[in-house]
Ligand binder design. Structure first.
Ligand SMILES: [Zn+2]
Length: 492
Protein backbone atom coordinates (compact mmCIF):
# COMPACT_ATOMS: atom_id res chain seq x y z
CA UNK A 1 0.00 0.00 0.00
CA UNK A 2 1.45 3.38 -1.08
CA UNK A 3 0.13 6.68 0.26
CA UNK A 4 1.55 9.99 -0.97
CA UNK A 5 1.93 13.00 1.32
CA UNK A 6 2.66 16.69 0.91
CA UNK A 7 1.18 20.11 1.50
CA UNK A 8 1.32 23.87 1.29
CA UNK A 9 0.63 25.26 4.74
CA UNK A 10 -0.39 28.84 5.46
CA UNK A 11 -2.88 30.76 7.61
CA UNK A 12 -3.52 33.88 5.57
CA UNK A 13 -4.56 37.23 7.02
CA UNK A 14 -5.81 39.55 4.33
CA UNK A 15 -5.74 42.36 6.95
CA UNK A 16 -1.93 42.49 6.72
CA UNK A 17 -0.67 44.68 3.91
CA UNK A 18 2.49 42.69 3.09
CA UNK A 19 2.27 39.68 0.77
CA UNK A 20 3.62 36.21 1.52
CA UNK A 21 6.17 35.06 -1.06
CA UNK A 22 8.18 32.00 -2.04
CA UNK A 23 11.05 33.52 -0.09
CA UNK A 24 8.93 33.42 3.10
CA UNK A 25 8.13 29.74 2.55
CA UNK A 26 11.81 29.00 1.92
CA UNK A 27 13.05 30.81 5.01
CA UNK A 28 10.27 30.43 7.62
CA UNK A 29 9.43 26.80 8.25
CA UNK A 30 10.87 25.82 4.89
CA UNK A 31 10.13 23.94 1.70
CA UNK A 32 11.09 20.35 2.38
CA UNK A 33 11.27 17.69 -0.33
CA UNK A 34 11.23 13.89 -0.48
CA UNK A 35 12.75 11.80 2.31
CA UNK A 36 13.88 14.90 4.22
CA UNK A 37 10.18 15.30 5.18
CA UNK A 38 10.26 11.95 6.99
CA UNK A 39 13.52 12.81 8.77
CA UNK A 40 12.25 16.21 9.89
CA UNK A 41 8.76 15.24 11.12
CA UNK A 42 9.15 11.76 12.60
CA UNK A 43 7.88 12.06 16.19
CA UNK A 44 6.89 15.73 15.79
CA UNK A 45 3.54 17.17 16.84
CA UNK A 46 2.45 18.09 13.31
CA UNK A 47 -0.04 16.37 10.98
CA UNK A 48 2.87 15.03 8.93
CA UNK A 49 4.29 13.53 12.14
CA UNK A 50 0.94 11.72 12.50
CA UNK A 51 1.10 10.46 8.91
CA UNK A 52 4.52 8.95 9.65
CA UNK A 53 3.16 7.34 12.83
CA UNK A 54 0.21 5.92 10.84
CA UNK A 55 2.60 4.48 8.23
CA UNK A 56 4.51 2.69 11.00
CA UNK A 57 1.28 1.51 12.67
CA UNK A 58 -0.45 0.20 9.51
CA UNK A 59 2.61 -0.79 7.54
CA UNK A 60 2.06 1.31 4.43
CA UNK A 61 4.71 3.10 2.39
CA UNK A 62 4.47 6.86 2.87
CA UNK A 63 5.66 8.60 -0.29
CA UNK A 64 6.87 12.11 0.64
CA UNK A 65 6.50 14.75 -2.08
CA UNK A 66 6.85 18.39 -0.97
CA UNK A 67 5.88 20.19 2.21
CA UNK A 68 6.02 23.99 2.23
CA UNK A 69 5.14 26.09 5.27
CA UNK A 70 5.39 29.81 6.02
CA UNK A 71 4.49 31.78 9.14
CA UNK A 72 0.97 33.17 9.07
CA UNK A 73 0.94 36.42 7.11
CA UNK A 74 -0.53 38.33 4.19
CA UNK A 75 -2.05 37.16 0.93
CA UNK A 76 0.18 34.65 -0.94
CA UNK A 77 1.65 35.90 -4.23
CA UNK A 78 -0.11 33.96 -7.00
CA UNK A 79 2.90 33.13 -9.17
CA UNK A 80 4.85 31.87 -6.12
CA UNK A 81 1.96 29.65 -5.03
CA UNK A 82 1.71 28.20 -8.55
CA UNK A 83 5.43 27.29 -8.45
CA UNK A 84 4.96 25.30 -5.22
CA UNK A 85 1.71 23.70 -6.40
CA UNK A 86 3.26 22.68 -9.72
CA UNK A 87 6.23 21.05 -7.98
CA UNK A 88 3.90 19.18 -5.61
CA UNK A 89 1.83 17.92 -8.56
CA UNK A 90 4.88 17.00 -10.68
CA UNK A 91 6.30 15.03 -7.76
CA UNK A 92 2.94 13.27 -7.32
CA UNK A 93 2.89 12.29 -11.01
CA UNK A 94 6.52 11.12 -10.85
CA UNK A 95 5.77 8.97 -7.79
CA UNK A 96 3.69 6.59 -9.94
CA UNK A 97 0.38 5.01 -8.87
CA UNK A 98 -0.65 5.59 -5.25
CA UNK A 99 -3.50 4.07 -3.24
CA UNK A 100 -4.23 7.18 -1.19
CA UNK A 101 -3.10 10.73 -0.38
CA UNK A 102 -2.61 12.51 2.96
CA UNK A 103 -2.36 16.29 2.68
CA UNK A 104 -0.98 18.55 5.38
CA UNK A 105 -2.91 21.82 4.87
CA UNK A 106 -3.89 24.56 7.30
CA UNK A 107 -7.46 25.35 6.28
CA UNK A 108 -7.35 29.16 6.01
CA UNK A 109 -4.95 29.66 3.11
CA UNK A 110 -5.76 32.48 0.69
CA UNK A 111 -3.86 33.07 -2.54
CA UNK A 112 -4.16 36.22 -4.62
CA UNK A 113 -7.15 35.36 -6.83
CA UNK A 114 -7.95 32.06 -5.03
CA UNK A 115 -10.11 32.45 -1.93
CA UNK A 116 -9.92 28.77 -1.00
CA UNK A 117 -6.24 27.92 -1.37
CA UNK A 118 -6.67 24.62 0.49
CA UNK A 119 -9.52 23.57 -1.82
CA UNK A 120 -7.33 24.46 -4.79
CA UNK A 121 -4.50 22.15 -3.63
CA UNK A 122 -6.92 19.29 -2.91
CA UNK A 123 -8.60 19.73 -6.32
CA UNK A 124 -5.25 19.69 -8.15
CA UNK A 125 -4.32 16.45 -6.38
CA UNK A 126 -7.76 15.01 -7.19
CA UNK A 127 -7.20 15.77 -10.88
CA UNK A 128 -4.08 13.59 -10.83
CA UNK A 129 -5.28 10.64 -8.72
CA UNK A 130 -8.86 10.44 -10.03
CA UNK A 131 -12.12 9.98 -8.13
CA UNK A 132 -11.38 6.63 -6.45
CA UNK A 133 -8.15 7.32 -4.56
CA UNK A 134 -9.01 8.58 -1.04
CA UNK A 135 -7.64 11.97 0.06
CA UNK A 136 -7.45 12.62 3.82
CA UNK A 137 -6.83 16.15 5.11
CA UNK A 138 -6.25 17.16 8.73
CA UNK A 139 -7.12 20.85 9.21
CA UNK A 140 -6.63 23.52 11.83
CA UNK A 141 -9.43 24.40 14.26
CA UNK A 142 -9.21 27.85 12.63
CA UNK A 143 -10.05 26.80 9.08
CA UNK A 144 -12.59 28.69 7.00
CA UNK A 145 -14.12 25.60 5.44
CA UNK A 146 -15.67 25.89 2.00
CA UNK A 147 -18.25 23.66 0.34
CA UNK A 148 -15.74 23.06 -2.48
CA UNK A 149 -13.06 21.43 -0.33
CA UNK A 150 -15.68 19.15 1.21
CA UNK A 151 -16.59 18.04 -2.34
CA UNK A 152 -13.03 17.35 -3.52
CA UNK A 153 -11.61 15.70 -0.36
CA UNK A 154 -12.77 12.39 1.14
CA UNK A 155 -12.17 13.12 4.81
CA UNK A 156 -11.40 16.43 6.53
CA UNK A 157 -10.29 15.86 10.13
CA UNK A 158 -10.04 19.06 12.20
CA UNK A 159 -7.95 19.54 15.34
CA UNK A 160 -9.96 19.08 18.55
CA UNK A 161 -7.67 21.19 20.72
CA UNK A 162 -6.70 24.83 21.20
CA UNK A 163 -3.78 25.14 21.96
CA UNK A 164 -3.27 22.61 19.16
CA UNK A 165 -1.66 19.74 21.02
CA UNK A 166 -3.35 17.04 18.88
CA UNK A 167 -1.96 17.89 15.43
CA UNK A 168 -0.06 14.60 15.13
CA UNK A 169 -3.02 12.67 16.57
CA UNK A 170 -5.40 14.09 13.94
CA UNK A 171 -2.83 13.37 11.22
CA UNK A 172 -2.73 9.79 12.43
CA UNK A 173 -6.53 9.65 12.47
CA UNK A 174 -6.65 10.87 8.85
CA UNK A 175 -4.09 8.16 8.04
CA UNK A 176 -6.28 5.50 9.64
CA UNK A 177 -9.36 6.69 7.68
CA UNK A 178 -7.45 6.54 4.38
CA UNK A 179 -6.08 3.04 5.19
CA UNK A 180 -9.55 1.71 6.09
CA UNK A 181 -10.94 3.23 2.88
CA UNK A 182 -8.25 1.55 0.75
CA UNK A 183 -9.00 -1.77 2.45
CA UNK A 184 -12.68 -1.35 1.53
CA UNK A 185 -13.83 -1.25 5.18
CA UNK A 186 -15.41 2.23 4.95
CA UNK A 187 -16.42 4.80 2.35
CA UNK A 188 -16.03 8.28 3.87
CA UNK A 189 -18.84 10.66 2.96
CA UNK A 190 -18.81 14.29 4.10
CA UNK A 191 -21.24 17.12 4.72
CA UNK A 192 -20.71 20.64 6.06
CA UNK A 193 -22.88 23.09 7.95
CA UNK A 194 -21.48 26.64 7.74
CA UNK A 195 -22.35 29.03 10.57
CA UNK A 196 -22.60 32.83 10.16
CA UNK A 197 -20.55 33.34 13.28
CA UNK A 198 -17.18 34.66 14.53
CA UNK A 199 -16.10 32.86 17.66
CA UNK A 200 -14.35 34.87 20.42
CA UNK A 201 -10.83 33.56 21.07
CA UNK A 202 -11.37 33.61 24.84
CA UNK A 203 -14.20 31.09 24.39
CA UNK A 204 -12.21 28.64 22.25
CA UNK A 205 -9.82 27.19 24.82
CA UNK A 206 -10.74 23.53 24.55
CA UNK A 207 -9.65 22.57 28.06
CA UNK A 208 -11.97 25.18 29.61
CA UNK A 209 -15.71 25.85 29.68
CA UNK A 210 -17.59 26.77 27.55
CA UNK A 211 -15.53 25.05 24.81
CA UNK A 212 -15.28 21.77 26.76
CA UNK A 213 -18.97 21.19 26.13
CA UNK A 214 -18.62 21.62 22.36
CA UNK A 215 -15.78 19.10 22.23
CA UNK A 216 -17.65 16.70 24.52
CA UNK A 217 -20.69 16.79 22.18
CA UNK A 218 -18.40 16.29 19.20
CA UNK A 219 -16.80 13.23 20.77
CA UNK A 220 -20.19 11.80 21.84
CA UNK A 221 -21.43 12.12 18.25
CA UNK A 222 -18.30 10.37 16.94
CA UNK A 223 -19.34 7.28 18.91
CA UNK A 224 -22.67 6.99 17.08
CA UNK A 225 -23.29 4.22 14.53
CA UNK A 226 -21.97 5.04 11.07
CA UNK A 227 -19.91 8.08 12.10
CA UNK A 228 -16.27 8.19 11.00
CA UNK A 229 -15.21 11.63 12.30
CA UNK A 230 -16.65 15.00 13.35
CA UNK A 231 -15.01 18.41 13.10
CA UNK A 232 -15.88 21.79 14.52
CA UNK A 233 -14.02 24.80 13.12
CA UNK A 234 -14.12 28.15 14.89
CA UNK A 235 -12.96 29.90 11.69
CA UNK A 236 -10.46 32.64 10.94
CA UNK A 237 -12.19 36.06 10.77
CA UNK A 238 -9.15 37.98 9.40
CA UNK A 239 -9.62 36.65 5.89
CA UNK A 240 -11.67 38.55 3.34
CA UNK A 241 -13.26 35.55 1.64
CA UNK A 242 -16.87 34.68 0.84
CA UNK A 243 -17.03 31.62 3.09
CA UNK A 244 -15.39 33.11 6.19
CA UNK A 245 -16.68 31.85 9.54
CA UNK A 246 -17.28 28.84 11.75
CA UNK A 247 -18.51 25.45 10.55
CA UNK A 248 -19.19 21.84 11.42
CA UNK A 249 -18.10 18.93 9.19
CA UNK A 250 -19.33 15.36 9.60
CA UNK A 251 -17.76 12.29 7.95
CA UNK A 252 -19.92 9.15 7.86
CA UNK A 253 -19.53 5.72 6.34
CA UNK A 254 -21.25 6.14 2.96
CA UNK A 255 -24.33 7.99 4.30
CA UNK A 256 -24.62 11.54 3.00
CA UNK A 257 -28.01 12.15 4.62
CA UNK A 258 -26.68 11.15 8.03
CA UNK A 259 -23.58 13.34 7.52
CA UNK A 260 -25.74 16.37 6.78
CA UNK A 261 -28.06 15.59 9.68
CA UNK A 262 -25.15 15.38 12.14
CA UNK A 263 -23.48 18.56 10.84
CA UNK A 264 -26.80 20.36 11.15
CA UNK A 265 -27.49 18.97 14.62
CA UNK A 266 -24.22 20.19 16.11
CA UNK A 267 -24.26 23.37 14.00
CA UNK A 268 -27.77 24.28 15.14
CA UNK A 269 -26.84 23.67 18.76
CA UNK A 270 -23.77 25.92 18.45
CA UNK A 271 -25.83 28.62 16.73
CA UNK A 272 -28.61 28.43 19.36
CA UNK A 273 -25.97 28.97 22.08
CA UNK A 274 -24.01 31.64 20.18
CA UNK A 275 -23.98 34.09 23.11
CA UNK A 276 -21.78 31.61 24.97
CA UNK A 277 -19.02 31.84 22.35
CA UNK A 278 -18.92 35.62 22.58
CA UNK A 279 -16.94 37.64 25.09
CA UNK A 280 -16.89 41.45 25.34
CA UNK A 281 -13.56 43.36 25.02
CA UNK A 282 -11.14 43.64 27.98
CA UNK A 283 -8.67 46.54 28.34
CA UNK A 284 -5.04 46.05 29.41
CA UNK A 285 -5.55 48.08 32.60
CA UNK A 286 -8.74 46.20 33.56
CA UNK A 287 -6.96 42.87 33.10
CA UNK A 288 -4.00 44.00 35.24
CA UNK A 289 -6.35 45.31 37.94
CA UNK A 290 -8.17 41.99 38.08
CA UNK A 291 -4.89 40.05 38.16
CA UNK A 292 -3.61 42.16 41.04
CA UNK A 293 -6.90 41.65 42.92
CA UNK A 294 -6.42 37.88 42.63
CA UNK A 295 -2.77 38.38 43.62
CA UNK A 296 -1.17 35.39 41.94
CA UNK A 297 1.86 35.97 39.73
CA UNK A 298 2.97 36.08 37.00
CA UNK A 299 -0.04 37.76 35.45
CA UNK A 300 0.08 36.81 31.77
CA UNK A 301 -1.54 39.02 29.15
CA UNK A 302 -2.21 37.55 25.72
CA UNK A 303 -2.00 40.41 23.23
CA UNK A 304 -4.30 38.59 20.81
CA UNK A 305 -4.86 41.60 18.52
CA UNK A 306 -1.18 41.32 17.56
CA UNK A 307 -0.90 37.53 17.49
CA UNK A 308 1.86 36.73 15.02
CA UNK A 309 0.46 33.20 14.98
CA UNK A 310 -2.45 34.65 13.02
CA UNK A 311 -0.26 36.71 10.70
CA UNK A 312 -0.05 39.96 12.66
CA UNK A 313 3.19 42.01 12.40
CA UNK A 314 4.14 41.58 16.09
CA UNK A 315 5.11 45.21 16.71
CA UNK A 316 2.04 46.71 18.41
CA UNK A 317 3.00 48.86 21.37
CA UNK A 318 -0.05 49.40 23.59
CA UNK A 319 0.67 46.69 26.17
CA UNK A 320 4.36 47.64 26.54
CA UNK A 321 3.40 51.32 26.73
CA UNK A 322 0.91 50.51 29.50
CA UNK A 323 3.57 48.53 31.42
CA UNK A 324 5.85 51.61 31.20
CA UNK A 325 3.11 54.11 32.10
CA UNK A 326 2.18 52.04 35.15
CA UNK A 327 5.85 51.85 36.22
CA UNK A 328 5.78 48.05 36.44
CA UNK A 329 8.97 46.14 37.22
CA UNK A 330 9.70 42.44 36.72
CA UNK A 331 7.64 42.87 33.59
CA UNK A 332 8.40 41.18 30.27
CA UNK A 333 7.15 41.89 26.76
CA UNK A 334 7.52 38.71 24.71
CA UNK A 335 8.16 40.02 22.14
CA UNK A 336 8.56 43.00 19.79
CA UNK A 337 9.33 42.31 16.13
CA UNK A 338 11.75 45.09 15.22
CA UNK A 339 14.80 44.10 13.12
CA UNK A 340 16.13 47.67 13.29
CA UNK A 341 16.39 47.69 17.11
CA UNK A 342 17.58 44.04 17.26
CA UNK A 343 20.49 44.91 14.95
CA UNK A 344 21.13 48.17 16.83
CA UNK A 345 21.47 46.19 20.08
CA UNK A 346 23.87 43.71 18.44
CA UNK A 347 26.00 46.54 17.08
CA UNK A 348 26.19 48.24 20.49
CA UNK A 349 26.85 45.05 22.50
CA UNK A 350 25.87 43.71 25.93
CA UNK A 351 25.92 46.29 28.71
CA UNK A 352 25.57 49.30 26.45
CA UNK A 353 22.76 51.83 26.50
CA UNK A 354 21.04 52.68 23.24
CA UNK A 355 18.52 55.25 22.17
CA UNK A 356 15.58 53.49 20.52
CA UNK A 357 12.36 53.86 18.58
CA UNK A 358 10.82 50.46 19.25
CA UNK A 359 7.83 48.83 17.49
CA UNK A 360 4.84 50.48 15.88
CA UNK A 361 6.51 50.65 12.49
CA UNK A 362 4.36 48.29 10.38
CA UNK A 363 1.07 50.21 10.48
CA UNK A 364 -0.48 53.12 12.38
CA UNK A 365 -3.04 50.62 13.76
CA UNK A 366 -0.18 49.04 15.77
CA UNK A 367 0.34 52.18 17.88
CA UNK A 368 3.20 54.71 17.92
CA UNK A 369 6.81 53.52 18.47
CA UNK A 370 8.14 53.53 22.05
CA UNK A 371 10.91 56.14 22.24
CA UNK A 372 13.57 56.22 24.94
CA UNK A 373 16.75 54.65 26.30
CA UNK A 374 17.29 50.92 26.61
CA UNK A 375 19.98 48.82 28.21
CA UNK A 376 21.19 45.78 26.26
CA UNK A 377 21.14 42.81 28.67
CA UNK A 378 21.73 39.83 26.36
CA UNK A 379 22.04 38.93 22.68
CA UNK A 380 21.24 35.82 20.64
CA UNK A 381 21.21 34.65 17.02
CA UNK A 382 17.76 33.29 17.83
CA UNK A 383 17.90 29.52 17.28
CA UNK A 384 16.20 27.40 19.94
CA UNK A 385 14.55 24.02 20.53
CA UNK A 386 10.88 23.94 21.55
CA UNK A 387 10.38 22.18 24.87
CA UNK A 388 6.72 23.02 25.51
CA UNK A 389 3.99 20.53 24.53
CA UNK A 390 2.95 22.09 21.23
CA UNK A 391 5.93 21.86 18.91
CA UNK A 392 7.90 19.41 21.01
CA UNK A 393 10.62 17.82 18.92
CA UNK A 394 11.00 20.77 16.54
CA UNK A 395 13.41 23.66 16.42
CA UNK A 396 12.60 27.31 15.77
CA UNK A 397 14.24 30.65 15.27
CA UNK A 398 13.42 34.19 16.27
CA UNK A 399 16.33 35.54 14.21
CA UNK A 400 18.86 38.06 15.48
CA UNK A 401 17.42 38.96 18.86
CA UNK A 402 18.09 40.89 22.04
CA UNK A 403 16.93 41.24 25.63
CA UNK A 404 16.69 44.96 26.35
CA UNK A 405 15.42 46.76 29.46
CA UNK A 406 13.49 50.02 29.32
CA UNK A 407 12.88 51.58 32.75
CA UNK A 408 12.85 48.14 34.37
CA UNK A 409 10.60 46.52 31.76
CA UNK A 410 12.26 43.70 29.82
CA UNK A 411 11.60 43.35 26.11
CA UNK A 412 12.60 40.49 23.83
CA UNK A 413 13.33 42.16 20.49
CA UNK A 414 13.35 39.82 17.49
CA UNK A 415 13.59 39.79 13.70
CA UNK A 416 11.44 36.75 12.84
CA UNK A 417 7.68 36.44 13.43
CA UNK A 418 7.58 32.88 14.79
CA UNK A 419 4.75 32.95 17.37
CA UNK A 420 6.21 33.17 20.91
CA UNK A 421 4.18 30.35 22.45
CA UNK A 422 7.05 28.57 24.18
CA UNK A 423 9.15 29.71 27.15
CA UNK A 424 12.20 28.84 25.03
CA UNK A 425 11.84 32.23 23.32
CA UNK A 426 12.74 33.95 26.59
CA UNK A 427 15.05 31.25 27.97
CA UNK A 428 17.34 31.40 24.95
CA UNK A 429 18.24 34.94 26.08
CA UNK A 430 18.61 33.92 29.72
CA UNK A 431 15.21 35.11 30.94
CA UNK A 432 13.35 32.98 33.49
CA UNK A 433 9.62 33.61 32.87
CA UNK A 434 8.66 32.11 36.24
CA UNK A 435 10.51 34.96 38.01
CA UNK A 436 8.53 37.67 36.18
CA UNK A 437 5.42 39.28 37.66
CA UNK A 438 3.89 40.54 34.41
CA UNK A 439 4.31 38.91 31.01
CA UNK A 440 2.82 39.96 27.68
CA UNK A 441 2.85 37.33 24.93
CA UNK A 442 1.93 38.04 21.32
CA UNK A 443 -0.13 34.89 21.06
CA UNK A 444 -3.87 34.21 21.36
CA UNK A 445 -3.91 30.82 23.06
CA UNK A 446 -1.04 28.56 21.99
CA UNK A 447 1.18 30.00 24.72
CA UNK A 448 -1.10 28.36 27.30
CA UNK A 449 0.32 24.88 26.74
CA UNK A 450 3.79 26.03 27.87
CA UNK A 451 2.92 28.96 30.18
CA UNK A 452 -0.02 27.63 32.22
CA UNK A 453 2.28 25.62 34.51
CA UNK A 454 3.89 28.88 35.75
CA UNK A 455 0.96 31.32 35.36
CA UNK A 456 -0.77 33.02 38.32
CA UNK A 457 -3.52 34.32 36.07
CA UNK A 458 -4.06 34.67 32.31
CA UNK A 459 -6.04 37.31 30.37
CA UNK A 460 -6.65 37.81 26.66
CA UNK A 461 -6.54 41.59 26.33
CA UNK A 462 -7.92 43.85 23.62
CA UNK A 463 -5.09 46.27 22.92
CA UNK A 464 -4.83 48.11 19.60
CA UNK A 465 -3.63 45.89 16.75
CA UNK A 466 -4.32 44.65 13.26
CA UNK A 467 -5.88 41.41 14.49
CA UNK A 468 -8.53 43.19 16.48
CA UNK A 469 -11.26 41.04 18.02
CA UNK A 470 -13.73 43.82 17.37
CA UNK A 471 -14.92 41.94 14.30
CA UNK A 472 -16.86 44.95 13.01
CA UNK A 473 -13.49 46.62 12.28
CA UNK A 474 -12.26 43.83 9.97
CA UNK A 475 -12.57 45.01 6.35
CA UNK A 476 -14.70 42.26 4.80
CA UNK A 477 -15.81 42.99 1.25
CA UNK A 478 -16.71 39.49 0.06
CA UNK A 479 -18.92 37.84 2.63
CA UNK A 480 -22.61 38.21 1.89
CA UNK A 481 -24.14 36.72 5.05
CA UNK A 482 -25.11 38.75 8.09
CA UNK A 483 -22.82 37.47 10.80
CA UNK A 484 -22.81 37.19 14.62
CA UNK A 485 -21.66 39.33 16.47
CA UNK A 486 -21.38 42.02 13.75
CA UNK A 487 -24.66 42.52 11.89
CA UNK A 488 -26.40 40.17 14.32
CA UNK A 489 -25.38 41.74 17.65
CA UNK A 490 -25.10 39.91 20.96
CA UNK A 491 -28.27 40.08 23.01
CA UNK A 492 -30.54 40.38 19.97
ZN1 LIG B 1 -5.25 27.34 14.78
Amino acid sequence: MRIATGGIIHETSTCVNTETTLNDFEHDRGIIRGDAILERFRGANAPTGGFIAAAEQYGFELVPLLRASAFPGGLIRRADYEVMKMELIERLKAAGPVDGVLLDLHGAMVVDGIDDGDGDVIAAVRDVVGPHVPIGVPQDLHGNHSKWRVEVADAIVGYDTFPHIDMAERGQEAGEIVVRTIRGEIRPTMAIRQLPMFWSTRCQITAQPPMTEVIQRLHDMERREGVVSMTVATGFPWADVLEVGSSVIAVTNNDRALAQQLANELGDWIWDHRERWYSPPLTVRDALADGKRIGRYPIILADHADNTGGGSPGDSTEVLRTFLEMGLTDALALYMVDPEVAKQAHAAGVGSRISIRLGGKSSPVQGAPIEGEAEVIALSEGAFAYDGPMFAGLTGSMGTSAWVKIEGVSVVVVCSREQPFDQAFARSLGIDCAKMRYICVKSAAHFRAAFEPIAGSIYNVDAAGIHTHDFSKIPHTKRTRRIFPVEIPPGS
